[in-house]
Design a protein around this ligand. Structure first.
Ligand code: GTP
Ligand code: MG
Length: 199
């Protein structure tokens, strides 16, 4: 599958504002600045569909995009950025939680993990949270161009070791670089397969 058509639908803050749950939907989330918006732009062959920024915390609402007139892609706000105020942070967490627990057409959550850094508690906690609510997810390692091969191998190994502590089976994992345009085919093929199962 290639993305031929990507259209911004709307930004929402509450469940009531989301578009009708009548299509398969895939959410992208991860720590702020992990490269979510960049990945979405790369997947969609667009420069500025999702707004990117070197200042963390750019994406502050649940953003729906309609892809190929068939499925929804969602850019979620990043979690865990230390410098935003506690109040805003709680607002973000509430909004993400509201979304995750109430979106019946949500097929898969792509949890983005920065290839360059060792496993972070906040990511592992978030993954545990998804598991605890039986929400389906996959891991997407981002910015693979930035990490040295040995560094990435080490981080990835450590990440898998951490996950093996609480999981019997590891979820699907994808490896991407938006700058070097790598990893799109595998990710979109996975979405395409999931779309076929959606009813
Ligand atoms: P928030 O919306 O603020 O939570 O951030 P985000 O996760 O959407 O990250 P965004 O895509 O805005 O990217 C954050 C920074 O990382 C930007 O400076 C990007 O240019 C950079 N970046 C994103 N993807 C890549 C990548 O694959 N490789 C490299 N080298 N840099 C990247
Ligand atoms: Mg963003």
């Amino acid at each position: 599958m290639d993305i031929k058509n990507a259209e911004f639908v709307k930004s929402s803050q509450t469940v009531q504002q989301f578009p009708a749950p009548d299509r398969p939907e895939y959410a992208f989330t991860g720590r702020s600045n992990v490269g979510k918006s960049s990945l979405i732009n790369y997947l969609c062959n667009r420069k500025n569909l999702a707004k990117t920024s070197s200042t963390p915390g750019k994406t502050q609402l649940v953003n729906h995009f309609l892809i190929n007139d068939y499925w929804y892609l969602v850019d979620l706000p990043g979690y865990g950025y230390a410098k935003i105020s506690k109040k805003i942070k709680q607002g973000f967490a509430g909004m993400i939680e509201d979304y995750l627990l109430n979106r019946e057409n949500l097929v898969n959550i792509f949890v983005l993990i920065d290839s360059k850094i060792p496993p972070q508690d906040i990511d592992l906690d978030f993954i545990d949270y998804l598991g605890g609510h039986e929400l389906p997810f996959s891991i997407v390692f981002t910015k693979t161009d930035k990490a040295k091969r040995s560094e990435f191998a080490k981080n990835q190994e450590a990440f898998k070791n951490e996950m093996n502590k609480s999981w019997e089976e590891l979820p699907p994992m994808f490896y991407t670089s938006s700058s070097k345009r790598k990893g799109k085919e595998e990710l979109l093929a996975y979405i395409n397969d999931c779309n076929k199962l959606f009813s």
